[in-house]
Design a protein around this ligand. Structure first.
Ligand SMILES: C[S@@+](CC[C@H](N)C(=O)[O-])C[C@H]1O[C@@H](n2cnc3c(N)ncnc32)[C@H](O)[C@@H]1O
Length: 419
């Protein structure tokens, strides 16, 4: 007798995610309207649900609970088997609910019907090519995130958290030497109450009452005397507050080149000092992440100030001595050891934490640590180099070389062998 396997249960229908703008129902294409009319359950924020007419869209209306992300799977499961339409503001896949849904219930469970995003509208109003613009969101993110995007003549679109955001943006621009930047606040884009408020950061009038739904367009203009920060590692040493414990500019640039950050990767910066390696790792790409481990609390506080000043407030700081302080940290893609090499077990702990393919870079200026690096180099290979930077300085009426302490650097990629 042969047994026939029971038929697989029918897959759950996809959850429709419908983008809707400030122009409401009038601005929706027929395909989106049909989905909303046919939906048995409409889920959204109050503002979006209000835009959908009750006489033609008869589905049950459910407002998102306060703790949105945690409640998504349960809420969708509670209506399983019914036609669900989730309402999103603008383009659901641009800083929107589409991401949360894809990450919680699965990308293959959703069907997205986009609407122009606020950024598309802003570019349309300003005649800015979207591909040349950098977008920075300050919704749920610290204001300091904007700092890393500041470059002369750069066009930025800042997604505001509320009506106070433009004033705070103006303040930051002034503080960073970008007071001459033109700022345009674009409110209620695409809706009947659309408005553009124009000004400069230097003269921005905080008394003007703004709408909470706004995007700030910034044409960056750097004051000639403001410190210029480039887009690649090797920022000037003056960019950092430090007590001398700083990997200096040229060695820092070479160190970042060896670490080779790629988008999304996580660095452990062990012996963070002033934080420069982790900071420049995170500035390499906005998705790069770093954890600085620093045993001295006052230096850890200094790292925090440097992260704010250089636009990477999300860098995580662990205060305490390695290797103990490394316990429980998420697996890194790369480890930099800038201090503590001779602490018992530190190198072993960093090596053990690295997955196959992970990179390790260690710098030292002492003979004791250099001896250790030579042993590890003999065992695991990689590259052992010496960086000796000399700078021309006045000598009497002439010019001579001042030699900095040579830095020994070991860099290695962990193979598939363990141990
Ligand atoms: C030369 S500095 C690193 C400079 C850093 N890369 C920078 O550019 O700012 C070395 C740092 O390692 C820290 N350190 C030394 N041993 C440590 C350990 N076992 N755990 C954590 N930090 C340590 C020191 O306090 C010092 O701040």
């Amino acid at each position: 007798m042969s047994s026939v396997p029971p038929p697989a249960p029918a897959p759950a229908p996809p959850v429709s995610v419908v983008g809707i703008g400030a122009d409401g129902w009038d601005g929706l294409p027929e395909a989106s309207r049909r989905v909303l009319r046919e939906a048995e359950v409409l889920i959204g924020g109050d503002r979006q649900l209000w835009l959908v007419p009750t006489d033609t869209c008869l589905g049950a209306r459910v407002t998102w609970p306060h703790r949105l992300r945690e409640s998504v799977p349960g809420l969708i499961a509670a209506h399983e088997g019914r036609r669900i339409a989730v309402l999103a503001s603008g383009d659901p896949m641009f800083h929107g609910i589409g991401r949360t849904l894809a990450e919680t219930i699965g990308a293959d469970r959703i069907h997205v019907l986009p609407h122009p995003s606020s950024v598309s509208y802003a570019c349309a109003r300003l005649s800015w090519p979207l591909e040349d613009v950098e977008t920075v969101t300050l919704v749920g993110r610290p204001l300091a995130s904007l700092t890393a995007a500041l470059h002369d003549r750069r066009r930025l679109l800042v997604l505001s958290a509320n009506r106070h955001t433009p004033g705070r943006v103006a303040e930051l621009l002034r503080e960073k030497g970008y007071g001459g930047s033109r700022m345009r606040v674009l409110e209620q884009l695409g809706g009947p109450y659309e408005r553009i408020v124009d000004g400069t950061a230097a003269t921005w009038d905080d008394a003007v009452r703004l709408d909470a739904l706004n995007v700030v367009a910034v044409d960056c203009v750097r004051d000639p005397d403001a410190l210029r920060l480039g887009a690649v590692p090797g920022l000037p040493d003056e960019a950092y507050e430090h007590d001398g414990q700083l990997t200096k500019r040229y060695v820092r640039a070479a160190t970042l080149a060896a670490l080779a950050p790629a988008p999304g990767e996580l660095l452990w910066d062990v012996g963070g000092g002033s934080g420069s390696i982790g900071i420049e790792w995170m500035r390499a790409h906005r998705t790069c992440r770093a954890i600085a481990v620093e045993k001295h609390p006052e230096r850890a506080d200094r790292i925090a100030r440097n992260t704010l000043a250089l636009g990477v407030p999300k860098l995580r700081i662990v205060t305490g001595p390695a290797p103990e302080a490394l316990a429980g940290l998420p697996t890194p893609d790369a480890v930099f050891i800038g201090g503590g090499l001779t602490a018992p077990g530190l190198l072993d702990a960093c090596w053990a934490a690295l997955p196959p393919g992970g990179r390790l870079v260690a710098n030292t200026v002492t003979l004791e640590s250099e001896a250790l690096l030579a042993q590890w180099y003999a065992r695991h290979g990689g590259e052992l180099i010496r960086l000796a930077v000399a700078q021309a300085v006045p000598v009497g009426g002439f010019t001579g070389w001042r030699q900095a302490m040579p830095v020994t650097q070991w860099s290695v990629t962990k193979g598939t062998e363990q141990g």
